[in-house]
Design a protein. Structure first.
Length: 359
């Protein structure tokens, strides 16, 4: 374990003991705000402190096994060597777990998201690819037990979507999908290509965390322009007779959101406002991220062919994530919703970057 990491763990362990003593101080009784503040801190650092305690115990056991390994009795030496091997593996696992606990938690990790997919360069093929991406994320969501709700969409002339905006509801959705934002590039022979030439098209994907009420963004009514209109698509007579769809424009920024999937205008307005706040928060976070070189790889971009975080090459059955230089020849399975093969390495790379910053 690096000295910088160990020193940080030692400080947290000391603070854990200190907060524990403070919480047991009778003079704290009656000071509910201070007691609640210390209790929250105690709960936050407890997993790290207890994990570090277990890690130190493992190191002590390792020293004891090393001493036994020099015993004159060959049976004891053999037993000690076996114990050393077992403890060495436990120490590695404990150290990795401690390092992950040190990484600052994103407050949105356990929450829901808004998934936005837009066709970029490539015309009809880009729209078809947008449909493929939406299907990929929907299948992954189904496998995770999440729920997908389409808020608005604009269909492509030959299939797919020019734009599709959805909400994905479930435990830990943002933590799994937050690195999917960016330009996705596809290389394949379109169904409309008569001469069998490979075309390159792009789509942009944006992952926006849904805000909790406690971090609600205040928006003045005077900053909003709200329009209602008749929803298009499925819905029978109701769709044709009522102006249930809602479009909200945030005048200071020009951000426009729509929702037409609910029959109730009130529900559509509520969903649209939630999406607007998520976009405004994402915009603010992107401004901050632009100041950090390590965060630039998470930007969505303009959707040009030259910009991409990932390439889906169908003739070769190859998927490449350019941010971490990962290439997999399991494109069909991944597009079918088996995304963990790419999501887990991305999360590990992010953890490694965060640990490097801690050091």
């Amino acid at each position: 374990m690096r000295d910088s990491i160990r020193r940080r763990l030692e400080r947290l362990a000391d603070r854990y003991e200190e907060v524990g003593r403070l919480l047991s101080d009778p003079s704290l009784q009656g000071r509910s705000d201070r007691f609640r503040e210390l209790s929250m801190e105690y709960s936050r650092i407890e997993p790290v402190a207890l994990g570090f305690r277990d890690f130190l115990n493992l190191q002590q056991s390792q020293k004891q096994a090393e001493e036994m390994a020099s015993d004159a009795d060959p049976d004891i030496r053999s037993m000690a060597e076996e114990e050393q091997r077992a403890i060495a593996g436990q120490i590695v696992s404990a150290e990795e777990a401690l390092q992950r606990l040190l990484i600052p938690k994103d407050v949105h990790d356990e929450g829901n998201i808004y998934l936005e997919i837009r066709a970029g360069a490539g015309g009809d093929e880009a729209a078809i690819f947008a449909g493929d991406l939406f299907r990929m994320y929907s299948r992954y969501a189904d496998n995770q037990g999440w729920r997908v709700e389409i808020l608005s969409d604009s269909r492509g002339e030959h299939g797919g979507y020019r734009e599709v905006i959805s909400r994905i509801v479930g435990q830990g959705v943002y933590s799994k999908l937050k690195f999917e934002s960016g330009t996705h590039r596809v290389q394949r022979v379109p169904a409309t290509e008569a001469q069998g030439r490979i075309h390159t098209s792009t789509c942009t994907v944006a992952i926006l965390p849904e805000l909790a009420e406690v971090e609600d963004i205040p928006i003045a009514d005077s900053d909003l322009k709200i329009d209602t209109y008749r929803a298009s698509g499925a819905g029978g007579q109701h769709v044709n007779k009522t102006d249930s769809a809602v479009r909200i424009t945030h005048l200071p920024t020009g951000v426009v959101v729509e929702c037409q999937e609910e029959r109730s205008q009130h529900k559509n307005r509520s969903r649209a406002m939630s999406l607007l706040k998520a976009r405004l928060l994402a915009s603010e976070r992107e401004k901050q991220a632009n100041q950090q070189a390590s965060a630039r790889k998470l930007q969505v971009g303009r959707g040009d062919r030259s910009e991409r975080i990932r390439t889906y090459n169908f003739p070769q059955g190859r998927l490449t994530d350019h941010r971490i230089e990962l290439t997999l020849y399991r494109l069909e399975a991944i597009v079918g919703g088996t995304l963990d093969e790419i999501l887990i390495p991305l999360a590990r790379e992010y953890e490694a970057e965060q640990l490097a910053e801690l050091e």
